[in-house]
Ligand binder design. Structure first.
Ligand code: KIV
Length: 406
């Protein structure tokens, strides 16, 4: 059964790490690296892997084909290739996807006036005709066809509705709405999706999807706003990598839907307290996937990156550390283990308090009297003023120093 007819009660995760993600400057991957990431994405539980842009190079064609062969098994994810709305692109995508059990062609054409005038140099009527013809052409190869009107969020809504109606009539099964230049705010995304749902005939027969770029740092917020307005597929990448400032980060969308499930449930017609997951993602595999993508693309993860950054589960201030030691939920809304990290991290530094210091000493095997603890703590604060982070080795050294000097 095609995913389009079975998935409206959850969010379909369409991962485009290997296509849009790879468009990050400097993040080029070879076919072997793409295959390793594709295997990991399948283990993570993504529903769709956009494996590449088959026509763009012989290497990408081969990568899509190999992923289609080795990851696109009957029980595996949908394998997708991007294709501009041209016969040559669609033929290349169809050929590369042949070995996949569930192939999808994702075809796109720009629809905003600024793209039509300066980039495509085509009239609206010409774009309408191309969309109709190329969706039908893609459909002659595969059942599962996704259509994207590029720069949708800056397109005249009346024209956008017309293009989408045409693509659906020609056989598109997923309609994806790209905020190509990351221009919208969450409220505007809501209005855009609402308008599409109210004005495009038969929109309820297809899966409605969102693709948000992060130019204003709003990609995740925009994707979540779209979900609240009825979108049921989200296009995203691991670590949020992608063209320019990147895409919505898979781990952020998935963990927002998981941690705030009770908030999102009513948008899916579920009872508020339902505990059924809103995606198929095995969240405990997020950290491993994130690390693999970072290593293979060479794209470092900023320490304060939500969910997967080195500091995402680290606590430095004394007040926070004291709370965490007493009860984890005082300052943690999710557990490190839920993304596959063994534990959170108490970082000892100049903001740390006595309770965190005492706890670390116990972990290191030191049982100090209250008076010794006070002395060691004062020494620790002096050292902490000079260093960014105090290691276990520093602590052992200063405790031994303190006790030997008695
Ligand atoms: O940003 C964009 O518009 C895209 C489309 C191909 C979905 O990447």
């Amino acid at each position: 059964m095609s995913i389009a007819s079975q998935a409206t009660d959850r969010v379909i995760i369409f991962d485009t790490t290997l296509r849009d993600g790879e468009q990050s400057p400097g993040a080029t991957l070879n076919a072997e690296e793409k295959l390793a990431i594709a295997h990991q994405l399948a283990l993570l539980g993504v529903d769709v892997i956009e494996a590449g842009f088959a026509v763009s190079s012989p290497g990408d064609f081969q990568a899509v084909k190999t992923i289609a062969e080795q990851v696109g098994k009957a029980e595996g994810p949908i394998i997708c290739s991007l294709a501009r709305a041209t016969r040559k692109d669609i033929q290349a995508a169809a050929e590369a996807l042949k070995p996949a059990a569930h192939p999808r062609i994702h075809t796109m054409i720009s629809t905003s006036d600024i793209h039509l005038q300066y980039q495509l140099k085509k009239s609206r009527n010409e774009v309408l005709a191309i969309a109709q013809e190329m969706v039908a052409y893609a459909k002659s190869f595969v059942d599962d066809v996704e259509f994207s009107p590029m720069d949708a969020s800056r397109t005249d809504p009346e024209f956008l509705y017309q293009v989408l109606e045409t693509a659906i009539a020609a056989g598109a099964t997923t309609i994806n709405i790209p905020d190509t230049v990351g221009y919208c705010t969450p409220k505007e995304i809501g209005i855009l999706i609402q308008g599409i749902r109210e004005n495009v005939p038969h929109i309820d027969r297809v899966i409605l999807s969102i693709h948000t770029q992060n130019d204003l740092g709003l990609a995740t917020a925009n994707a979540l706003a779209a979900i609240e307005h009825g979108v049921r597929q989200v296009e995203c990448t691991i670590n949020g990598i992608g063209e320019r400032a990147g895409n919505a980060a898979l781990e952020e969308i998935v963990m927002a839907l998981q941690v705030r499930k009770h908030y999102f449930n009513p948008y899916f017609g579920r009872s508020v307290n339902s505990d059924a997951p809103l995606t198929n993602i095995k969240t405990q595999k997020i950290y491993k996937t994130s690390t693999l993508v970072s290593q293979l693309t060479g794209m470092l993860i900023q320490p304060n990156k939500a969910i997967v950054g080195a500091n995402a589960f680290a606590h430095e201030s004394g007040i926070h550390q004291d709370g965490i030691i007493k009860h984890r939920q005082t300052y943690e809304i999710m557990e490190a283990a839920s993304i596959g990290l063994p534990e959170n991290r108490i970082v000892l530094g100049k903001h740390s308090g006595r309770n965190a210091f005492r706890t670390r000493l116990k972990e290191l095997g030191f049982e100090l009297s209250e008076a010794d603890l006070n002395k060691a703590f004062n020494r620790f604060k002096e050292v902490a003023d000079k260093k960014k982070e105090i290691s276990d080795w520093d602590i052992e050294a200063l405790v031994r120093d303190e006790t030997q000097n008695q």
